[in-house]
Design a protein around this ligand. Structure first.
Ligand code: FAD
Ligand code: 2HG
Ligand code: ZN
Length: 481
């Protein structure tokens, strides 16, 4: 079939979406209207697009895909555009269509007795949390970007965040999906069954697929009892090994009520107190490492604070913990969390950074940090380590920031060798070079390098089966042919 001219494509899209459902670079719109959709939040990737589609209905998404498939037009799904690997940014050709799901944002159903919610892909994560809370339930996925990221993006990146230790990743919270396929058909499986062994689990293919296998339009999700008791501490530690020991103890002593356990290095406190208004060090002297740990329970009367204080007192005696602040109220708790969740923003404000979202077995975290820090100290004088993150899940953001006085460009030029050394170390530890942020464009080469050949073959076969014309997010996760 002869390919359509850009004007014919725009005409076809407008017939499907209506004029108000399409942004183009042409009057009455301008290139500025498109701009926010063409770059990622870290401004590492810049693309071009023929148009941005803003569907309001599932049928529009289906019709758009059928049209794009017929005419071999690349489609880039986009949610809140907060992801880290360039997966939501179009390429430079100017021929792709960005599909923003932001107008598909209805909570379709919430059933407190079934502990489930059905929501559309464009729902902002914080709105889903709020809807659950209003119904005396909990939707536990929680990320620093929750006020902006959307359910479709969370599903498509299999997002992690600060409650994985207790509730699992996004994948573990899904009961069913509704997905528009490349050819325009709809896979509709929004049931809320906890048990269903009828053949292959098709939904699992789309979770973490970063828009390369279909466009998710809605999902049914698990809810949990609302949390009514909290105990939160900001504890200073001599070294990461103490964090792993303390976590094991707390899990044991609390009957597994630890819901977050985040490692923070001293430099994380320095950067946030310097760059983020209102962040203060909760302790009055500096220490080398910290954990932000939180115990939670649905039972308001659970004596979590006593339990946490008793565990910390024992750990203080043994010098496993050097000092600790326990949140006395919601304000303290919010202040501790603000310090943790603004580390990425403080890193950005401090200068250039190189990021590595890695995981290793939890018990290997101390050795990994030791070997990784030594390598950086010996080999990257232009950078300094900012290693923090979800230590309870074995997931570290093993990041570097340019050292004071270092040249930004010279530091960023070290990206490849630094990445290679860190990812090789991750491999030695049996870990993953992408724990929670995905592959996008950033890590396509890394996936080719580290995935087993059989695994890559299977991924390519799945891609061919579900997207034979290669229109879905081309070049993301797998290289386009
Ligand atoms: P986008 O960036 O819009 O898209 C992500 C990918 O999903 C792209 O490949 C896109 O094409 C695809 N996609 C989007 N919507 C759909 C859809 N409906 N159907 C099919 N494909 C789709 N991530 C974590 O895992 N844990 C964290 O703790 C965490 N903390 C963060 C803190 C901050 C301050 C920031 C800025 C980001 C953080 N992130 C974290 C990363 C990011 O927020 C998550 O990856 C989030 O899940 C992305 O959602 P989004 O809606 O922004 O997706
Ligand atoms: C977090 O845990 C996010 O804060 C972002 O996953 C990590 O910026 C990063 O490296
Ligand atoms: Zn993270």
């Amino acid at each position: 079939m002869p390919s359509l001219t850009p004007a014919q494509v725009l005409g076809g899209l407008e017939r499907i979406l209506g004029a108000e459902g399409l942004l183009t670079g042409i009057a009455p719109h301008s290139q500025t209207d498109l701009e926010p959709y063409l770059t990622d939040h870290r401004r590492l990737y810049h693309g071009h697009a023929l148009a941005v589609a803003l569907p309001r209905t599932v049928t529009q998404v289906m019709d758009l895909l059928a049209f794009c498939d017929r005419h071999r037009i690349g489609v880039v799904p986009q949610g809140g555009n907060t992801s880290y690997c360039g997966g939501a940014t179009p390429d430079e050709s100017g021929r792709q269509v960005v599909v923003s799901l932001s107008r598909l944002s209805r909570v379709r159903r919430l059933d407190p007795l079934d502990y489930s919610i059905v929501a559309e892909a464009g729902c902002v994560l914080a709105d889903i949390q709020r809807a659950a809370d209003d119904a005396q339930r909990l939707f536990p996925l929680s990320l620093g970007s929750e006020g902006t990221c959307q359910l479709g993006g969370n599903l498509s990146t299999n997002a992690g965040g600060v409650h994985v230790l207790r509730y699992g990743m996004m994948r573990d919270l899904v009961l069913g999906l509704e997905v528009a396929l490349a050819d325009g058909r709809l896979l509709s499986s929004l049931g809320t069954l906890r048990k269903d062994n009828t053949g292959y689990d098709m939904k699992s293919l789309f979770l973490g697929a970063e828009g390369t296998l279909g466009i998710i339009t809605a999902a049914s999700l698990k809810l949990f009892p609302k949390l009514r008791a909290f105990a939160t501490a900001f504890a200073a530690l001599p070294a990461p090994r103490a964090a792993v020991d303390l976590l094991a103890r707390l899990r044991d002593a609390s009957g597994d009520r630890v819901s977050s356990f985040e490692l923070i290095p001293r430099i994380g406190v320095d950067l946030t107190t310097r760059h983020i208004p209102g962040v203060r060090d909760p302790l009055d002297t500096p220490y080398p490492w910290y954990v932000l740990c939180e115990l939670t329970s649905p039972r308001a009367a659970d004596p979590l604070e006593e339990l946490l204080e008793a565990s910390l007192a024992g750990a203080l005696e043994e010098k496993l913990v050097l000092n600790a602040a326990v949140a006395r109220d919601q304000r303290d708790r919010a202040a501790f969390w603000k310090l943790r969740e603004t580390i990425p923003e403080a890193q950005r404000l401090d200068g250039g950074s190189l990021k590595h979202d890695i995981s290793v077995p939890v018990a290997s975290i101390p050795d990994f940090i030791e070997r990784g820090s030594r390598w950086i100290a010996d080999n990257v004088p232009e950078g300094r380590l900012v290693a923090y993150g979800h230590v309870g899940d074995g997931n570290l953001h093993f990041n570097l920031n340019q050292a004071p006085g270092a040249d930004r460009a010279a530091f960023l030029a070290r990206e490849e060798p630094v990445k290679r050394a860190i990812h090789e170390l991750v491999k030695d530890f049996g870990g993953s070079f992408s724990a929670e942020h995905g592959i996008g464009r950033l890590n396509v080469g890394e996936l080719e390098r580290y995935a087993a050949p059989v695994e890559l073959d299977l991924m390519r076969a799945v891609k061919r089966a579900l997207d034979p014309n290669g229109i879905l997010n081309p070049g993301k996760v797998l290289r386009s042919n």
